[in-house]
Design a binder for this molecule. Structure first.
Ligand SMILES: Cc1cc2nc3c(=O)[nH]c(=O)nc-3n(C[C@H](O)[C@H](O)[C@H](O)COP(=O)(O)OP(=O)(O)OC[C@H]3O[C@@H](n4cnc5c(N)ncnc54)[C@H](O)[C@@H]3O)c2cc1C
Length: 334
């Protein structure tokens, strides 16, 4: 447990933003975390894989990288397997671990970057499945009370890219481990996006969790920029939700507007709104809006977090001006 001083965080965030942390350390157990917390008066910044953060400044205090390992089957009944993963496990490696054992539930979430511990933070989701659908409970360390609490599904108050950890309890809890409730008999989700099309292309005759995972991997690899090649944090904005009435009045002006029913409201495709404002493929210095995915902001090399943030602000203002819809950032800004 070494504390390093004045370290660049460039390799610790998928945007590749070059800011520095005054103090930096990692921890692999709850005890190490507790000890590190005695060394800092202010709440540290907890880092996972750095794939949902935009650093806009140097970090004066302590950055703690969660590296708690371990995946264990802790209980099973006729239908379900209860699998606990340390927060520091890589998310996709966890998905592969489950696939290899025939445990079903997380296959649609293949290839999402980041670590297991951050997955409940924003209730990660893709291709019709969210963490909340496979979540059982998690343990988190309360930095105020120096105690471990268990959070059930209800306690987490999961919503679309939301949880209590992102809002109400921000900077208070460190997620130590997450327990998932996975199925022995698979329940396939293939109706979302281009999964069926991709399965046809792959000539899959018998559906399986491995085939779905591979289809998702193929689609994601063809659609999303790889952060190893070009800095990004996936979707920068959330898809905004508006009322049906409001959607109909927008549709009267913009007949091709893209929206999906969402429990009595309509979820708009933020990428479409951004594209209509002319941002797709836009580049200012090294900050840009991806040429194939308008929802993804990118760092072509040496953009600062501030430059990416300013671009996001300009996008937000123009979308509001044209459509009267206020976009919300999905990425955590620091
Ligand atoms: C190419 C690309 C594609 C993506 N696709 C998707 C997608 O399809 N769906 C989706 O939902 N997301 C997607 N994302 C976003 C991102 O992968 C997820 O949000 C992921 O869960 C972030 O994990 P992380 O470990 O990198 O978190 P970090 O970026 O390190 O942290 C994110 C936030 O969580 C906090 N945090 C991290 N770990 C802990 C912990 N153990 N305890 C408490 N707080 C913690 C951090 O302080 C920070 O506020 C994508 C990102 C990229 C780059």
């Amino acid at each position: 447990m070494n504390i390093t001083e004045n370290i660049s965080l460039r390799l610790f965030n998928t945007f590749g933003i070059d800011v520095s942390a005054h103090y930096f350390s990692s921890f692999s157990t709850q005890e190490e975390l507790a000890e590190l917390l005695t060394m800092t008066p202010a709440a540290p910044f907890i880092l996972g894989g750095g794939s949902n953060i935009l650093f806009t400044r140097d970090i004066d205090g302590l950055v703690l990288k969660n590296e708690i390992p371990g995946i264990d089957l802790i209980h099973e009944d006729d239908e379900y397997l209860y699998v606990r993963s340390g927060a520091g496990e890589n998310w996709h490696a966890f998905v592969l671990y489950c696939l290899q054992r025939g445990w079903s539930g997380v296959e649609n979430l293949s290839l999402i970057p980041g670590n297991v511990g951050a997955a409940p933070m924003q209730n990660i989701g893709a291709y019709g499945v969210e963490i909340k659908d496979v979540f059982h409970e998690l343990e988190a360390y309360d930095m105020n009370e120096q105690k471990v609490y268990t959070f059930t599904l209800n306690d987490c108050e999961f919503g679309y890219r939301e949880s209590v950890f992102k809002r109400k309890y921000r900077d208070r809890f460190v997620i130590l481990n997450v327990t998932f409730r996975l199925r022995k008999q698979p329940m396939f989700h293939t109706s979302y996006g281009a999964i069926r099309e991709e399965l046809d292309k792959m000539r899959v005759r018998t559906l399986s969790i491995n085939a779905i995972s591979q289809a998702v991997i193929n689609i994601r690899s063809s659609k999303l920029p790889d952060p190893k090649q070009i800095g990004n944090a996936g979707s920068f904005f959330k898809n905004p939700t508006i009322s049906n009435e409001r959607f109909l009045s927008l549709q009267a002006i913009f007949p091709t507007i893209v929206g999906y029913p969402a429990g009595g409201s309509v979820k708009l495709a933020a990428g479409w709104l951004i594209e209509q404002c002319g941002w797709k493929g836009f580049r200012r210095g090294d900050a840009g809006c991806h040429a194939r995915q308008a929802l993804v902001l990118v760092n072509y090399g040496n953009a600062t977090g501030r430059e990416i943030y300013e671009l996001s602000e300009d996008i937000l203002v123009s979308v509001e001006k044209k459509f009267g819809v206020l976009l919300e950032r999905e990425v955590n800004i620091l």
